[in-house]
Design a protein around this ligand. Structure first.
Ligand code: AHR
Length: 507
């Protein structure tokens, strides 16, 4: 790539209109590998310190992250999950085989109560993914009743018998997952009808108001969105979209840690291509819904690499480097820009699976490590519910080749990615990512009249883009205070080192 030049940005601090939904920083927990068992949940009899069965260390790390929403139980798992197997006394619950993910036998000790109570402990909104692929209308309708009815109804009474008096606060309900694939291999026309049928019987009980989400497209499948917009329309509150930064869908997705500069730039190019994909889905949605009432929920996104050598096949356990952190920052900046349509996004997944926040040692040593991606989410907390600020940016760009990346076209990567918002407390938050591997970037930020004072900053960077954290070296990549700032009147000049992510807060 060509050497980049320095950049300028003018942030229009008084022209923000759209709120950045906190749910854009959402997480996803599937029954997959050791995301649930060994990740979030170890059970009350475990040697590993736990709080009512949840790993205490993971619980604390997630509380610090201020997780706004957590999607569960899948993914592909959701369309084979029968919720009644996961309630009642744990020792009496039937076992099941996780057919999607390595054929692992699970004991159903983590079910509806364990999930929804976890959300309460974390102060997180639950997002339930319902079974349409192999479950019945009755089954899904009763699950909704079980979770949200406060009346003298059969399911509410069953819940009470199982120890929970009051309904849980459940708003987000997915009606199937990847119904074009693992969720039933359906055609969009057929799924649209099934959606209408299943969702009809998901009732709003006792003051609850469900936000119903149709199972949306895989990345470039624009026809799926078109058919659902035409045939489901206002029967849905939102439609999902899945987009992975993946090389291809074969067994050769590339190593999470062993990659060269060219691989890095191609990955960044593929990651940024999500913006074009989002725009195309938005254009289709705009035709039927110009007032943007229907939300677009990117409820699965992130990097997908080869499983780490020596780990269980089908468990999707991968390491996480500074490259993944860069993908996280750039993707969040894109979602923020499209906040008029994007209602939620859920990175896949929260613990031990794909681009996770946390890795745990499930062999019983009790170790836990925070990934570089975790640190990005923590640094971005101030964006939750802030008002997106439009801006004009000038920066250099680097040429990138699509190479062998799935559907990736040759293009350009901006050397600097910037996003800014006015926080709920009136302060301004700015994120800056320098995507160049070699060159530092001096960025001049004009605040369009607002005073450049009381600025604090944090930076996440590393010596090598391949750097990562593991149980022996948990703090190789971690944020530190950022001091390379000069402020004068309405202008901030910040020197952003190569391959780094900076978040500034102006109070
Ligand atoms: O996140 C892993 C899997 O990716 C999910 O189960 C599925 O929905 C998607 O294909």
């Amino acid at each position: 790539p060509a050497i980049a030049q320095d950049a300028t940005a003018t942030i229009h601090v008084n022209k923000g209109t759209n709120k950045i939904y906190k749910e854009i920083y959402g997480q996803f927990a599937e029954h997959l590998g050791s995301c649930i068992y060994g990740g979030l949940w170890v059970g009350t009899n475990s040697q590993i310190p736990n709080t009512q069965g949840y790993r205490t260390d993971v619980l604390k790390a997630l509380k610090d992250l201020k997780v706004p929403v957590l999607r569960w139980p899948g993914g592909c798992f959701a369309d084979e999950y029968h919720w009644t197997d996961g309630i009642g006394p744990r020792e009496q619950r039937p076992k099941m085989q996780n057919n999607n993910w390595g054929g692992t036998i699970e004991d159903n000790s983590f079910g509806t109560h364990e999930f929804l109570n976890l959300c309460e402990l974390l102060g997180t909104e639950p997002y339930i993914s319902g079974n349409v692929g192999s479950g019945t209308v009755e089954e899904l309708a009763k699950w909704v009743e079980y979770m949200t009815s406060d009346g003298d109804t059969p399911m509410a009474n069953l819940r009470r018998k199982n120890g929970r008096e009051k309904s849980w606060n459940v708003k987000f309900l997915g009606v199937g997952n990847e119904s074009w694939g693992c969720g039933g291999s359906m055609r969009p026309e057929y799924y649209a009808d099934l959606y209408r049928r299943y969702s009809t019987y998901c009732r709003n009980y006792d003051g609850h108001n469900l936000y119903k989400i149709a199972s949306g497209a895989s990345d470039y499948d624009y026809n799926w969105t078109k058919v659902l917009m035409n045939q489901i329309g206002n029967h849905m509150n939102g439609i999902s979209l899945h987009y992975y930064t993946v090389k291809d869908w074969s067994d050769h997705k590339g190593s999470a840690l062993k990659f060269d500069d060219q691989d890095y730039y191609t990955t960044i190019g593929k990651c940024l291509q999500i913006e074009d994909v989002i725009k195309k889905h938005e254009t289709i949605m705009d035709q039927k819904d110009p007032n943007k009432k229907i939300g677009l929920l990117v409820d699965e996104w992130g990097t997908w690499w080869d499983e780490e050598p020596g780990t269980i096949r089908g468990h999707l356990y991968q390491q996480n480097s500074m490259r993944d952190a860069m993908v996280a920052a750039l993707s969040l900046n894109v979602f923020q820009r499209h906040t008029d349509r994007i209602r939620m996004a859920n990175i896949a997944q929260v613990v031990n699976v794909l681009q996770s926040m946390i890795l745990t040692d499930t062999k019983g040593t009790g170790h836990m490590v925070l990934t570089p991606t975790y640190h990005v989410f923590r640094m971005y907390k101030g964006f939750q519910e802030a008002t997106y600020l439009p801006m004009d940016v000038k920066c250099d760009s680097m040429d990138v080749k699509g190479g062998k990346m799935h559907k990736m076209v040759d293009g350009k990567i901006p050397a600097i990615s910037i996003s800014a918002a006015k926080k709920t407390d009136g302060g301004i938050i700015i994120s800056l990512a320098n995507t160049n591997l070699e060159k530092n970037q001096t960025v001049e930020i004009n605040l369009d009249g607002a005073a450049a004072k009381n600025i604090t900053g944090e930076i996440l960077t590393s010596k090598n883009i391949q750097d990562y954290n593991d149980f022996e070296h948990p703090e190789v990549v971690k944020p530190v205070a950022f001091k390379s700032i000069k402020a004068k009147k309405n202008t901030i000049t910040a020197k952003i080192p190569s391959k780094s992510i900076v978040v500034l807060n102006i109070n």
